[in-house]
Ligand binder design. Structure first.
Ligand code: PTJ
Length: 258
């Protein structure tokens, strides 16, 4: 850690996460722009109250069911995800039988190596996206994220894109793939384009997704479909916005803020 955060600090957890991102940048895992992305996320998390609201748990259930029902699900990993929750993302990959693929917006060989190392330390046995022999290009994407693995995203029918930068989610949808996204901003292009959007901090979401995946992976197809019927992505995304706006209204009428 760059600095020691006192345990009694009222925002201890948030500051520890921030330190992980900074440390990740020094280790070349996180892109410099990853720090800015994290700050944008923090602002929305502040509105959520830095805890998982009930609607997000339902979004996470729908996400797990969608990934379990997919034929070839893949988990796309970027720098922020690797720095913040490599252990959970590897666990999720194992439970869902969904390979991990490193796919970066700010693509640099030294970052790919650093991310591969952190995933390997977290227990990953196979990591796609770094072997040039398996590279394929998706012409619908104009930036570096267009380079995908022929064994992974290229052939998948459902891509989990925790913490994304927008247009790829749309391009993947246009290619007929389902997209499961985690983004604290319910109005981002990623959140709006995804098949399933999770409006929660990636650090909490991944732990909860692992737990749901453990339970739901024991269910049969019929049981999963029954659960799915109760959940709707658009309704849940609306709930996310309503939750945020009522939180702001509550805070605005709270005497201690006046
Ligand atoms: O590692 P790379 O090169 O692939 O680059 C990754 C970043 C994140 C830098 C890149 O994808 C990017 O620039 O993303 P954006 O366009 O800044 O979008 C990131 C989105 O993630 C924003 O909508 C943030 O609100 C959201 N976000 C940031 N931190 C978190 C988050 N959502 C959930 N949990 C977080 N911790």
């Amino acid at each position: 850690m760059v600095i020691e955060i006192p345990k009694d600090h009222p925002r201890y957890e948030s500051l520890v996460i921030r330190e992980k991102i900074i440390e990740g940048m020094h280790q070349k895992i996180v892109a410099e722009a990853g720090l800015i992305a994290h700050g944008r996320g923090e602002a929305f998390d502040y509105i959520l109250g830095e805890v998982t609201p009930p609607f997000a748990l339902n979004q996470e259930k729908l996400a797990v069911i969608t990934l379990l029902r997919a034929k070839n699900p893949v988990i796309s990993v970027n720098g922020n995800v690797a720095a913040l929750c490599s252990k959970e993302i590897v666990q999720l990959s194992q439970i869902l039988n969904a390979p991990l693929e490193i796919n970066l917006f700010y693509r640099k060989p030294e970052r790919e190596i650093a991310i591969k190392d952190v995933l390997t330390k977290a227990g990953a046995l196979q990591i796609y996206g770094i072997d040039p022999r398996n590279q394929k290009s998706i012409p619908e994407i104009s930036h570096q994220r267009r380079i995908v693995d022929s064994r992974g995203i290229a052939r998948s029918d459902c891509v989990f894109v925790p913490l994304e930068d927008g247009d790829r989610a749309m391009a993947l949808r246009n290619l007929g793939k389902d997209v499961v996204a985690v983004d604290l901003n319910p109005l981002s292009r990623t959140s709006l384009a995804a098949t399933v959007s999770i409006t929660n901090n990636i650090t909490r979401a991944t732990t909860e997704l692992v737990n749901f995946a453990k339970n739901f992976s024991k269910m049969n197809i019929q049981e999963l479909e029954e659960e799915k019927k109760l959940l709707n992505n658009e309704t849940l995304l609306q709930e996310a916005l309503k939750f945020m706006s009522s939180r702001l209204e509550e805070l605005a009428s709270d005497q201690k803020y006046l």
